[in-house]
Design a protein around this ligand. Structure first.
Ligand code: CO
Length: 458
């Protein structure tokens, strides 16, 4: 019988895509035992924006959340998303920090670490992959899926071979914008399977409406697994629905390993959770509508809404068409970076500035300059010579790994925190999100003092 692994994303990507990652632990604690029994291959529950959100909005220690989830998981693997050398933040960290963070993630209960680099520069995932393996975790290397004149099957297969060579246990095709069509998916999974041995997992979003069809073709091409979200947290910018995908695939002879009754109970559990977020305004039904713009402009839906918001803020929404024409030009001149965080924002802002100032590259963003200097890694294609010259002058772009130029952050951070850090995990939280972590530690200290003095009085 054909197998299909199901990864449930409600605790990470689905809630990140629909309710800005605002689900506190207490909202889902009571369903964890049931989820552990459902038969998922894995539960994606950590990494991505969850770490930042725990510290910034939910007053939760992200490491403690991980340990508490793990305590319920006797049968099911936990999975997280990691931005390679960026970890869970937006800039590169030293190798020492990356290794400590990955090791602590595994020690606190993480099983599968899905690791990607926004530019598909595999040097930027190598350290995290290596440490994950050494710590006993399952390292899943990602190809960020994008469409451009230089991103073809040959390039993707070559990336897949690099992922295999560096010792990853599996490979994920990460289609963050939901723009991979059923045919493209079938061809890509097939080409990868012809050239590498690793199991192939496919990750997409329902944003453009292609997701369900894409998963069907992924199955036909022999993908090992797909990512789905329990139905009330599925669709739109989230993943296709777990129950529906499993229903369809089961009839076609795929064994998904999950129990339909249990999936139903899990969804029933999350229904009132979702209602709560509808009532408090965090869940906006707009994110559920199918948006096909991304298929025309070849830019992710989230990026398009950012462009619209930027232009509205500048009172220049009438320039949208020009910005949409300029965006692919800027992207081409930058060597076709995949439009994923942070490159999607960088390209969008530069295109907007180019249009609004009436002269291209009159002002060049700080991050774009760092990118051209090579500090984000190697561009997939060639950066426009004139643009490179205007930024670099006589300077040579970096050819090695940027992280090698970065000093280790750990000892200094530890000394800075002093007693406020209770463990290595605290120091790592601080390195990842300094301001949010310090505020979290201060709140934690106050709570502790308050309960302590209460005991003395009582
Ligand atoms: Co995603």
């Amino acid at each position: 019988m054909k197998q299909m692994h199901i990864t449930e994303t409600v605790l990470r990507d689905a809630q990140q895509s629909l309710i800005a990652t605002r689900m506190p632990f207490e909202d889902f604690e009571a369903v964890l035992d049931e989820m552990d029994q459902a038969g998922y291959h894995s539960i994606e529950c950590w990494g991505g924006a969850t770490f930042d959100s725990c510290l910034r909005y939910l007053n939760e220690d992200p490491w403690e959340r991980l340990r508490k989830i793990k305590a319920h998981m006797k049968n099911t693997k936990l999975q997280m998303l990691l931005r390679g050398q960026n970890l869970l933040g937006y800039h590169h960290y030293s190798d020492d920090t990356v290794r400590r963070f990955v090791r602590k993630s595994v020690e606190n209960g993480m099983d599968i670490i899905r690791i990607f680099d926004a530019l598909n520069d595999m040097r930027n995932i190598q350290v995290a992959v290596d440490e994950c393996r050494k710590a006993g975790g399952h390292a899943q290397g990602c190809i960020c899926y994008t469409i451009s004149p230089i991103h073809n099957l040959e390039m993707f297969v070559s990336l897949g071979m690099q992922i295999e060579e560096m010792g990853c246990h599996s490979l994920c095709i990460k289609d963050m914008a939901g723009i991979m069509s059923p045919k493209e998916c079938f061809d890509l999974v097939t080409a990868l399977r012809e050239n590498i041995q690793l199991p192939i997992y496919v990750h997409t979003h329902a944003t453009t409406g292609l997701g369900y069809m894409t998963y069907l073709k992924a199955a036909e091409a022999g993908a090992a697994g797909i990512d789905c979200a329990t139905s009330c947290f599925s669709g739109g910018t989230s993943q296709p629905a777990t129950e529906s995908v499993v229903y369809a695939l089961s009839q076609l002879g795929y064994h998904c390993g999950v129990d339909a009754q249990k999936l139903n109970r899990i969804n029933n559990f999350f229904l009132p959770v979702k209602d709560k977020f509808s009532e408090n305004g965090m869940f906006d039904p707009y994110v559920l509508s199918t948006k096909t713009d991304a298929l025309i402009y070849q830019i992710p839906g989230g990026m398009l809404s950012n462009l619209v918001a930027q232009l509205k803020a500048q009172n220049a929404i009438d320039r949208l068409e020009e910005v949409l024409d300029e965006t692919p030009r800027v992207r081409a001149e930058l060597g076709y970076p995949p439009l994923v965080t942070p490159l999607s924002q960088m390209v969008g802002v530069q295109a907007t500035v180019n249009v609004l100032l009436g002269e291209r590259y009159k002002s060049i963003g700080k991050e774009i300059k760092s990118y051209i200097r090579g500090e984000y890694g190697k561009a997939p294609g060639t950066i426009d010579a004139g643009l490179a010259q205007s930024v670099l002058g006589d300077e040579k772009p970096m050819t090695g790994r940027y992280a090698e130029t970065l000093p280790a952050e750990y000892e200094e951070a530890k000394a800075h925190l002093g007693d406020r850090a209770r463990c290595e995990e605290d120091v790592l939280s601080y390195i990842a999100f300094p301001q949010q972590a310090e505020q979290f530690f201060a709140r934690r200290e106050r709570t502790f003092t308050a309960s302590y003095s209460f005991k003395e009085v009582g």
